[in-house]
Design a protein around this ligand. Structure first.
Ligand code: GDP
Ligand code: MN
Length: 365
């Protein structure tokens, strides 16, 4: 789960990381008694707001209201802007990067620092990898000040600045642990006359740890269909193609996506009905995927184990999708399932490749 910049900054401040003192507004009229130059920032759960026009620095109240009006009526990467964070602009001398991320390869949290802040860290990694310092953290030992001092040295810091950086890094790691973060990031970590401050803040909490965190789930992080699926207990992700994919088991659904893609089709979604899905679950799954606009065909890929193929077939027939459908069915009650589908005029095969091919052809027709 992603936190908003202003939420992350609140947590950073509570943990002693310097953050520009700001205010969240939802209406341009709320900009009052602030200092200029003033930064206005769209609060949306996507990165790269700067490039998308979601960050503005203004010099007076007139400009501020005009910018706020404009920003509160815009979309960033498809997400409407409803809140702005405003704070007096920091007079930045240099921008650094500091972050902690769960690295699946090393199975550890890795600290990442760079003297090239303010831009995408992926971009720095590509263009000038020598400007990135990395440190794998031993979970038993934890992060020590000799680590963070070394990290700071590697990005060219020294003296008091180095010690300040080291302190911020230790605090940020503490947040990473305490909030079960997948990613916690300050980009840019801005250096000014007054020292370092976190001008931007990112904190993504691992969804698997939400049960022990106190956050309320964020509705706005999901599309309407994703929300519907959540309610129905189905794993669903919206994609941008035109062939809906329904399968049982995440691995099988992933394989189905790959297969469709390989045959030249474009998956419209990922939907896992889970093990032991019945006719009702199948109906709900169809209900959700068929709501997607521009859908051309549906690929249902079922390996019957606990799941019974005849139940899946019943669900399909009862729902009766208007969009052409290709089913692959194998396993428990396979023959019964196929019979039901064939009797009702649906295309069914026990070969995954064949059924996927058919789904792609149906989408093209
Ligand atoms: P992002 O584009 O979503 O990562 O948003 P950021 O909060 O990182 O802002 C983008 C850029 O705006 C930063 O890299 C800075 O260059 C600039 N910026 C943001 N806040 C300030 C500020 O207080 N002072 C100055 N001078 N620039 C700022
Ligand atoms: Mn940023």
């Amino acid at each position: 789960m992603k936190l908003y910049e202003y939420e992350a900054k609140e947590i950073f401040a509570q943990h002693g990381i310097p953050v520009p003192e700001g205010k969240v507004i939802t209406d341009p009229d709320e900009i009052e008694g602030v200092m200029y130059p003033l930064v206005l920032k769209a609060q949306v759960l996507v990165g790269g707001r700067g490039k998308a026009g979601g960050v503005k620095i203004v010099e007076n109240i007139g400009e501020a209201k005009e910018a706020a009006e404009m920003m509160l009526s815009m979309d960033i990467k498809g997400i409407p802007v409803k809140k702005l964070l405003v704070y007096p602009a920091v007079d930045i001398q240099k921008e650094y990067y500091l972050g902690f991320v769960v690295d699946r390869n090393s199975r550890r949290v890795v600290a990442i620092a760079s003297s090239e802040g303010g831009v995408d860290i992926e971009e720095v990694a590509e263009k000038s990898p020598e400007k990135i310092a990395k440190l794998e953290i031993d979970p038993l030992l934890g992060l020590k000040s000799y680590h963070t001092v070394e990290l700071g040295k590697q990005i060219g810091l020294e003296g008091k600045t180095l010690l300040d950086f080291s302190r911020i890094a230790l605090r940020l790691y503490k947040i990473c642990e305490e909030y079960d973060a997948e990613l916690v990031e300050i980009n840019p970590l801005a250096l000014s006359e007054e020292g370092f401050s976190a001008v931007d803040a990112k904190l993504n909490v691992d969804d698997n740890a939400l049960y022990r965190q106190k956050f309320k789930p964020k509705e706005e992080e999901y599309t309407e269909l994703e929300r519907m699926a959540k309610k129905a207990g189905l794993s669903y992700v919206s994609l941008d193609g035109d062939i809906a994919i329904i399968g049982c088991g995440a691995g099988l659904v992933m394989a189905s996506l790959d297969l469709i893609q390989k045959r030249g089709g474009r998956p419209a979604n990922f939907l896992d009905v889970g093990g032991g899905a019945n006719a009702e679950n199948m109906k709900q799954a169809l209900e959700i995927v068929t709501r997607q606009k521009g859908l051309k065909s549906i690929f249902v890929n079922i390996f019957g184990g606990i799941t019974r193929c005849d139940q899946i077939a019943d669900g399909i027939v009862e729902f009766g999708p208007e969009i052409p459908l290709s089913v692959r069915m194998m396993g428990t009650n396979e023959e019964e399932g196929k019979k039901i589908l064939r009797e009702n005029g649906y295309s069914v095969s026990d070969s995954m490749a064949e059924a996927a091919q058919k789904a792609v052809e149906l989408a093209r027709a």
